[in-house]
Design a protein around this ligand. Structure first.
Ligand SMILES: Nc1ncnc2c1ncn2[C@@H]1O[C@H](COP(=O)(O)OP(=O)(O)O)[C@@H](O)[C@H]1O
Ligand SMILES: [Mg+2]
Length: 372
């Protein structure tokens, strides 16, 4: 999904019954099918016999955006729960009785979605669930910075993660002074956006200045039909020589990853669909491990761009959930697998995995077994 106009049109059309009818008729092609899980290695957890297993509430994701249903996380989580003998039930968390329903569970597993409306709900409910003593995947700390480039930038700065120089301000005059003298072009990002749809380039100062004035007055319209960018700017230095966006996925000591190549006619790689799977330089693996530690997530995808001129990898964002459409998230030549991280060294191990299963195992291990 790269086209903000098409995305906006889809949001508008969704309100009409005829569109809903049409989508339901064609749902079958786009729904999850159990055989989609086949072919991945089994992920087993080593659970002590004398420790009762927690009761799991599993939330079904991808209900809003029907086209994403084949990539839903819940069937992969469910596969892990079934294979490892956990008692689980589906948890319909969107309903008004969600607090009463929570009584049935010790743990809530919920792939929260990335749009601003879903995040508002997720932050609210996970905060309360944790106050009720439930363990949540993701935790409140993690949903807090998920899909929010501003919160992530603060976390990266706090933990010394190497990033592209970024200017974030909620001060109109400071923002105007910045655009009057910053090197051109200037990258501008919406705090919450994905697939490059909230990322723009300003080549001219007057356009950037008009943008700032709009942001600090009525707010600047975004590709979300219900959201304006209001009273903040997120500007970034433009790395003209970044040929790809490298995604490194860290789950404890297992590391996966792939490259999203920049298309010929656009500087934005994410959402363009040009994926290349091949070996990842050690420097990038080290940066990803450091970032993952800073964020403290069972699974995290650390996205970075590489600038030959500036000599290194620079993190642009980190996501606790992202589209996963295959059990081959790293490939060396024709062999799928992962890098095993041990005391600063990385060794390739072949295998096929639904990384959601590894993430859920990691979450349960760190929460209940104090491993890792
Ligand atoms: N500072 C930058 N300089 C050059 N290219 C960038 C920069 N920041 C992002 N990009 C490109 O734009 C794409 C989208 O940016 P990103 O911040 O990852 O937004 P999104 O959340 O929409 O993926 C990236 O995949 C990368 O190719
Ligand atoms: Mg991105």
């Amino acid at each position: 999904m790269k086209n903000p106009h098409l995305f906006k049109l889809k949001q508008h059309l969704a309100q009409y019954p005829i569109v809903e009818w049409y989508r339901r008729r064609h749902l079958d092609r786009k729904t999850f099918k159990p055989e989609m899980l086949d072919g991945a290695d089994t992920v087993a957890i080593d659970w002590p016999v004398d420790l009762p297993k927690p009761r799991i509430g599993l939330v079904k994701d991808c209900g809003k955006m029907l086209f994403t249903q084949p990539y839903a996380y819940w069937p992969r989580y469910e596969r892990f729960l079934k294979n490892n003998g956990f008692a689980y039930e589906f948890y319909d968390i969107r309903r008004s009785d969600w607090m009463a329903q929570a009584d049935r569970f010790d743990v809530v597993v919920w792939r929260t979605e990335s749009d601003p409306a879903s995040q508002y709900e997720a932050e609210n409910k996970i905060r309360i669930l944790e106050m009720m003593g439930k363990k949540c995947l993701p935790s409140f700390d993690l949903v807090w910075s998920y899909e929010d480039k501003i919160r992530q930038a603060h976390m990266f700065a706090l933990h010394g993660v190497p990033t592209v120089p970024t200017f974030i301000s909620y001060d109109r005059d400071e923002a105007l002074t910045y655009v009057a003298s910053a090197p051109l072009p200037i990258v501008s990002k919406l705090a919450t956006g994905s697939g490059s749809m909230g990322v723009e380039l300003f080549r001219h100062r007057d356009a950037a200045e008009r943008f700032v004035r709009r942001v600090f007055a009525p707010g600047n319209p975004t590709y979300w039909t219900y959201l304006r960018q209001k009273d903040y700017v997120y500007f970034q230095e433009f790395f003209e020589d970044a040929a790809f966006d490298l995604r490194v996925i860290v789950i404890g000591d297992r590391i996966f990853g792939y490259y999203r190549m920049r298309p010929e006619d656009d500087f934005r790689a994410s959402g363009a669909g040009k994926v290349v799977k091949k070996e990842i330089p050690e420097e990038a693996l080290h940066i990803a491990v450091r970032t993952a530690r800073a964020m403290g997530a069972p699974m995290i995808a650390v996205d970075m761009i590489h600038s030959p001129r500036r000599g290194g990898f620079f993190v642009i964002e980190a996501s606790i959930s992202f589209q996963i459409d295959t059990h081959e998230q790293l490939k060396l030549g024709d062999t799928p697998g992962y890098y095993r991280h041990e005391e600063g060294r990385f060794t390739f191990v072949p295998g096929r995995f639904w990384v959601q299963e590894l993430a859920l195992r990691r979450f349960l291990e760190t929460t209940y077994l104090h491993r890792g």
